[in-house]
Design a protein around this ligand. Structure first.
Ligand code: ATP
Length: 589
């Protein structure tokens, strides 16, 4: 898709509430352009009245003759200024609405992307690209409406008025126009790819900063501050050098535009003086033309010198964004998806295959697994076997490349994503917390929960005692990603969330791995209670936490290699038996 098509698509997708406003702005601009032409005409007429009166030796007629023209001139000026203020207000309002519409829909869209898609992106870069696109969507249509359209309109009005007044001076005024158009085209073509390369470098820089801050503990723990800072400096230098080259290019461009303007004025002046001297035009007409040139050349100079560089940058930013956003959504909700209201909790995976986009080897190979409602199923097996990937398929944060997942006997793709996920509570080995209070972090899954409910959930998760001991209790801020809490404390907040959400299907992926043995034991007792009557899927390397599950699926290299109860699997003597023996030799009594 061409650059302008992309801009048009983004604008038209987000222009609800702006179209009428932009139309009014264009109307005001048309009026403004017409009035702008009147200004030098009236000015020229006044000069002619004075020159005629002096030539006829009737200076007393000057005041009468000029008074009406002066009044008109002031009137035109006042109307023009008023229109300008009103037009600008409507224009900025429309621009703000466009930016707002875009930002809201872009964030909503981004939040629906699959995990797989996010795993290909870096947060720093994505935020930068989004930020720049939002700004660009503010400037690009803005420059078109505020600069390009008025320039075209004024140009048309000036040419019409000029042809009526004196066609020879009109041609002299336009003599530099073809060169100016060519210059604009050349500048655009030359700058666009350079700007795009520059934008990629800016985005890489943001990724570097985002990663350094996001991984600050590993950077500091391994004393890599200097190296990261040096890499940043080198990336920044490359960006600055390119940015400077770009600035020099546009400065030269601006200078060339100014020179063309000067040459245009000179042409009109030379031709005008010649025509006045041989009496074929009046001095007033020449002054009118010189005045009109201001209205004609200044906007052209502005478009070339300011709008083109800004639009080139803006279009490049929008392209970067659309490259990111227009990637085919690998997690699309069906158009006829219906909300999933109540569920019993049967889960079934039928011939499920899955491959992460950037991998040649499949991660899951033909998984068939039935988990009847209200029962528990444990997934065990070596690291990298595909256990976490399998559970991501159940709540549809990724979709199978082949096969399907059924909930209560129906393909879960038939349901809307949010309604499906509301019925499935997931606690993973990594706990994600917001830079907010503990209370709000727990309430995140149920915003209308009362404080009593939150406290109850935290008690169940063995978190209440440590929360109470914090200086601000439930109102303590946990820091970004919960950095102010220990791993075990964070994990208990995640468990409190799931107890509060009370979903019919539970997924516990190493949900107690960060806890000390005593706390883990207490939570396991609570979990046993919570799991009663619920469909539960458990993942754990510590087999002592899962051996009581109704069925245990043993996974290896993307396949279920064995399935049964603990006793059955021990009797069979396969991989599970080996893992169990290894662990019971160590810490299982
Ligand atoms: P563990 O017990 O260590 O948590 P697991 O059995 O849960 O491991 P998964 O996390 O499902 O294993 O990973 C299975 C395979 O898929 C691994 O080889 C891993 O490298 C790969 N993988 C996981 N996530 C991604 C991703 N986002 N993109 C590409 N490959 C991935």
């Amino acid at each position: 898709m061409s650059d302008w098509r992309r801009v048009k698509k983004l604008v038209t997708e987000n222009w609800q509430g702006t179209r009428l406003r932009y139309a009014v702005v264009v109307l005001i601009l048309v009026l403004g352009s017409a009035l702008a032409v009147l200004d030098p005409i009236l000015y020229g007429k006044m000069v002619d009245v004075i020159v005629d009166a002096l030539r006829d030796q009737h200076p007393e007629t000057i005041v009468n003759g000029v008074a009406v023209l002066l009044a008109l001139w002031i009137g035109v000026f006042v109307i023009n200024v008023t229109l300008n203020i009103v037009g600008r207000y409507i224009f900025w309002k429309a621009n703000n609405i466009l930016g707002l519409n875009f930002a809201c829909s872009a964030v909503r869209d981004m939040l629906s992307w699959s995990r797989q898609r996010f795993s290909r992106l870096s947060t720093g870069r994505t935020v930068k690209v989004f930020d720049q696109a939002w700004e660009a969507l503010f400037w690009v249509p803005g420059d078109i409406v505020e600069q390009v359209i008025p320039t075209v309109l004024t140009f048309t009005a000036v040419v019409i008025a000029g042809l009526i007044l004196d066609w020879r001076l009109t041609i002299a005024s336009l003599i530099m126009l073809p060169i100016a158009i060519w210059l604009g085209y050349y500048g655009w073509k030359k700058a666009r790819p350079k700007q795009e390369q520059l934008d990629h470098r800016w985005a890489a820089l943001s990724r570097h900063v985002g990663e350094s801050i996001g991984n600050i503990s590993v950077v500091q723990d391994y004393a890599q501050e200097d190296r990261r800072a040096r890499t940043f400096a080198s990336l920044m230098r490359q960006v600055v050098v390119r940015q400077l080259r770009m600035n020099v290019f546009w400065a030269l461009f601006h200078g060339t535009g100014s020179t063309l303007t000067l040459l245009g004025r000179a042409a009109v002046f030379i031709v005008g003086v010649y025509l006045v001297a041989n009496g074929s035009t009046t001095l007033g007409t020449l002054i009118t033309f010189l005045g009109m040139l201001n209205y004609l050349l200044s906007p052209i100079q502005h478009v070339i010198g300011n709008s083109l560089p800004r639009m080139s940058m803006g279009v490049s930013h929008l392209r970067l964004y659309t490259d990111l956003a227009d990637e085919i959504n690998d997690l699309k909700e069906r158009d006829d998806a219906v909300p999933l209201k109540k569920i019993v909790g049967d889960v079934e995976l039928k011939g499920v295959h899955f491959t992460y986009g950037d991998q040649s080897r499949a991660t899951l190979l033909g998984i068939d697994l039935t988990i009847p409602a209200g029962t528990s199923c444990a997934l065990v097996g070596p690291s990298g076997a595909g256990k976490s990937t399998l559970v991501k398929l159940i709540n549809r944060t990724i979709d199978p490349t082949r096969g399907c997942v059924h909930v209560d006997g129906k393909d879960h793709c038939l349901y809307t994503l949010t309604s499906l996920r509301r019925h499935i509570g997931v606690v993973t080995q990594d706990t994600y917390l917001f830079h907010d209070t503990i209370l709000n972090n727990v309430k995140f899954v149920k915003p209308n929960a009362t404080e009593r409910e939150v406290v109850h959930a935290c008690k169940m998760a063995q978190a209440h005692d440590y929360i109470r001991r914090l200086p601000n209790g439930y109102r303590s801020i946990v820091g970004e990603r919960g950095v102010k809490l220990s791993g075990g404390e964070r994990q208990r907040i995640a468990l409190a969330r799931i107890f509060l959400a009370d979903p019919p299907i539970l997924v516990l992926d190493e949900s107690t791995s960060a806890l000390d043995s005593e706390t883990e034991h207490r939570i396991q007792q609570t979990l046993k209670e919570v799991m009663k009557g619920r469909t539960s899927i458990l993942i754990a390397h510590r087999l002592s936490t899962v051996y009581l599950a109704d069925q245990i699926a043993v996974m290896e290299r993307g396949k279920i290699v064995d399935i049964g109860t603990h006793d059955e699997l021990i009797k069979k003597g396969g991989l599970y038996d080996r893992l169990w023996s290894l662990q019971s030799d160590g810490y299982i009594s």
